[in-house]
Design a protein around this ligand. Structure first.
Ligand code: NAP
Length: 348
């Protein structure tokens, strides 16, 4: 008879719903026994997590209520926080996956993840010679969201004037670089001097400003865009969205990607001037990255080329160890991260 191989799987769970700013003390470490013996043909696959993506929108699933939950579900049982990640198969009852395969997809905030058929989406990963962390950020949701928002939602054209908020973050720093590579004039906003310098220096934005130092965002955007904004890539919502709409050109387009200033309930909800929207024929379109899977292979090939030719920089903010998940997650809402927030759980 086969001997049962039991390991201890540690994971991060939430103690209770989080309805404001997340704090490290909202989370706790849980340990559970996990058997590595999987029944052949059961479809169960056990993955050792290597890198986990830490994302602001996960907060909306931790709340007692958010309208987003009717679309993407909630973490109401509090026991299994899911997000994108990369891992390695350590046991498989599915003939499609072998021990040692690298996989990417929906994993849990733990050291191991038991993938059950039909419950988790994951696939084999070909790293294409690029670091595994790239497959958590720039080559995953972060980059794909930037690509879809710019090219599919806003249909950005060469020479257009593009404004990107949260520009030093995961989605923003790729959106700005893609717009520059497309021949646009690009200005970004971010919350620290260090981030502003990164945008104007290494990332090649035409200009950038620290929104926390500006008292009048409408006037600030008018100064940076004296001839108006054609495309606004919006990750923050709130007052910045109102200010951008007030500076949009005729037939301007807004990619409504995220509204992080509104997620914690602390900022004002955006109320753009709808008369401006109508008379200037401004299009504000919400979107979700998975809406654009049809262009995923175009995105991968274009982005890999940019990374290999070093025309694009992938900025990553990687912390180490499961215990660092709560602080990395809470930090997103205080601007602590620069680039894509990732936690490395184990070495490959
Ligand atoms: P991120 O930009 O890497 O991290 C969040 C950043 O937001 C922080 O670093 C901070 O930078 C900024 N921020 C935090 N609170 C803010 C506030 N009150 N006002 C203005 N800025 C604030 O995160 P991300 O993963 O790229 O996500 C960015 C946005 O895109 C989020 O809203 C997220 O929900 C959304 N998103 C949408 C999709 C989709 O499919 N639609 C996919 C991925 C992400 P500063 O220092 O600049 O303040």
């Amino acid at each position: 008879m086969e001997e049962a191989l039991i390991i201890t799987n540690r994971s991060i769970v939430i103690k209770t719903h989080i309805n404001g700013f997340p704090k490290e003390t909202d989370f706790e470490l849980k340990s559970e026994a996990l058997s590595l013996n999987v029944e052949p043909g059961s479809g169960h696959v056990i993955v050792k997590n290597l890198y986990l993506s830490i994302d602001p929108a996960q907060l909306n699933r931790m709340k007692s209520y958010s309208t987003s939950q009717s679309h993407v579900g909630s973490f109401h049982d509090m026991q299994e926080i899911r997000g994108h990640g990369v891992g390695k198969v350590v046991a498989s009852g599915d003939p499609e996956f072998q021990e040692g395969d690298l996989v990417a997809g929906e994993l849990t905030w733990g050291e191991y993840c038991l993938m059950k058929p039909g419950v988790f989406y994951f696939r084999k990963l070909d790293s294409m010679g690029l670091p595994l962390s790239c497959h958590v950020g720039t080559l995953a949701y972060g980059g794909m969201t930037a690509y879809a928002g710019l090219f599919e939602v806003c249909k950005v054209k060469k020479g257009e004037k593009v404004f990107v908020s949260a520009a030093a973050g995961s989605v923003g720093h790729i959106a700005g670089q893609l717009a520059k590579l497309h021949g646009c004039y690009v200005v970004g906003s971010a919350g620290t001097t260090e981030k502003v310098e990164l945008l104007k220096g290494k990332l090649g934005f035409d200009d950038a400003f620290n929104y926390k130092e500006e008292a009048d965002l409408k006037a600030t955007l008018r100064k940076h865009f004296p001839h108006g904004i054609d495309v606004y890539f919006d990750s923050v919502g709130g007052e910045m969205l109102e200010a951008a709409v007030a500076n949009m050109n005729l037939f301007g387009r807004v990619a409504a990607c995220g509204a992080i200033s509104e997620y914690t309930g602390s900022g004002r909800k955006a109320a753009p001037d709808m008369v401006e929207v109508i008379y200037r024929r401004i299009q504000i379109q919400g979107f979700l990255c998975p809406d654009f899977l049809s262009v995923h292979s175009d995105f991968i090939s274009a982005t890999c080329d940019h990374l290999r030719s070093e025309k694009m920089v992938s900025v990553e903010d990687i912390s180490t160890g499961l215990e660092s998940i709560p602080s990395s997650f809470a930090g997103l809402f205080h601007g602590s991260n620069i680039g894509k927030t990732i936690v490395q759980i184990a070495v490959e």
